[in-house]
Design a protein around this ligand. Sequence first.
Ligand SMILES: [Mg+2]
Length: 238
Amino acid sequence: MKKWNTELSNTKLWIFDADDTLWESGLFFRRAEEDFTSLMHSLGFDPKELVNEIHRRDIERLSVTGYGARPYMATLRLILEEKSEHLTPYMVDSLDYISNCLLHHPMVLLPGVLDSLIKLFNAGKRMIVYTMGEEDHQMDKFNRSGISEYFEHCTVVPMKTEETMKRLLSSAGVSPEEACMIGNSPRSDINPAIGCGVNALYVKRPFTWQAEQIEFVEPGLVATVAGLPDILPLAGLS
Ligand SMILES: [Mg+2]
């Protein structure tokens, strides 16, 4: 089995996932889900059955709509429409409110992110954000995050694959072994990086969406960290 490369101090490009790696995201999806099931409970539906249905439909629609808060809300709206004879103003207003809260949620950085980025930046490390979802929504969050100045740029793709990773490396002018991907999703961050020969650091988070939780393609090549501060010693900093 191939072994993980513990020597990352010569890494030329640090590639950060955004949602649930730099800032809270799954937490707000969870809140939207809880608000929606409460709404449905008020209309007489069983919340437990609904949660199962939401998760099932969410995975089903993924290959059609791609990732994002709006496609997620579209799934919730469809469930409401299917279960109701007609939508009352109460239902429409409640759904709009849940949608607004999700799309415009406050930007909450994860513990240690700000301090770690400042140290990496001051040490002259090249850093970019690489995220998936809808371009305008992801860029809005990036611009509101208060940490955009530490990154060269933010790249948004509809879905992360080995192909999109290769394009990213090519446009940055680095070879795979000179790059390190940091992210919380085995499916979207870690496996495509490993598949391209990029070093990968897995940030283990409590609220990772179930569709993203799959097996690592090469477990021996993945190092798990609790958060961004753990990266500093690997980058030759303290
Ligand atoms: Mg993520």
